[in-house]
Write a protein that binds this ligand. Structure first.
Ligand code: ADP
Ligand code: MG
Length: 226
């Protein structure tokens, strides 16, 4: 379960700070797939960065899997992130010099897992996303949809509890986007991992269990997918 309690956040020095998030609270039960929608600049990525422990809220609290994570030290935050969270970004964020399996295995390097075991785990996840025959391809040798599937395999390789996906279909044509979405849905159903996904696509949002809409740093609407 993910719980946000009165999250307020802004950027810049205190005197001239622009407030980006204004008392955001929500409770997301485990195992669900949620869509986060809202106009550009409404604070969606800021919220995902806070949940993903890439940044710390100015006030309020975040609880993840029963642990209060909002106030912890940076080194501890990195460990919690590696253990509980997987990220998927609009622009994939793959390392160009590494092969597909090496990209997928990267989060395991930080866990001190040996190369053979890393490779095995990466292969397993690449097979799950339908890229078992692309282990040695580099990102530039793959289509956008394939790159995003590699990124999803990388997010899964640590067996996280929560996947944060920031416009994962934003750089894809509609066919690849639909495929990535269907893949995320399958993974959610099969593994029970929670997924919080930013999207501008109303059809994709409607296919999620729940939708949260933001406007000017506040949640203005919650709706179930039905
Ligand atoms: P969204 O993802 O919904 O488009 P963001 O969370 O990226 O919105 O941005 C919300 C607001 O915060 C915007 O006005 C944006 O310009 C501002 N912002 C985002 N990141 C930073 C930053 N690192 N420094 C200063 N302002 C930022
Ligand atoms: Mg954004």
């Amino acid at each position: 379960m993910l719980r946000l309690i009165d999250i307020t956040h802004g950027y810049g020095p205190a005197r001239s700070r622009t407030q980006v998030l204004d008392r955001v609270s929500l409770v997301m039960p485990s195992g669900q797939m949620w869509a986060l929608t809202g106009a550009s600049g409404s604070g969606k990525s800021t919220l995902l960065n806070l949940i993903g422990l890439l940044d710390r809220p100015q006030s309020g609290a975040i609880e993840l899997a029963g642990q209060r994570v909002s106030g912890i030290e940076a080194s501890e935050a990195a460990k919690v992130r590696n253990r509980l969270i997987g990220f998927v970004f609009q622009s994939f964020h793959l390392l160009p010099r590494l092969s597909a399996w090496e990209n997928v295995a990267l989060p395991l390097v930080h866990r001190g897992i040996g190369r053979a075991e890393r490779r095995h785990a990466a292969m397993e996840q690449l097979e799950r996303v339908g890229l078992g025959d692309r282990l040695h391809h580099r990102p530039e040798e793959m289509s956008g949809g394939q790159r995003q599937r590699v990124a999803i395999a990388r997010a899964l390789v640590t067996q996280p509890r929560l996947i944060l996906a920031d416009e994962p279909t934003g750089n894809l044509d509609s066919e690849s986007g639909a495929m990535v979405m269907a893949l995320l849905r399958n993974i959610n159903r099969e593994t029970g991992v929670s997924i919080l996904m930013v999207t501008h696509d109303a059809v994709l949002a409607r296919s999620c269990d729940y939708r949260v809409q933001m406007q000017d740093g506040r949640i203005i609407q919650n709706a179930t997918g039905q």
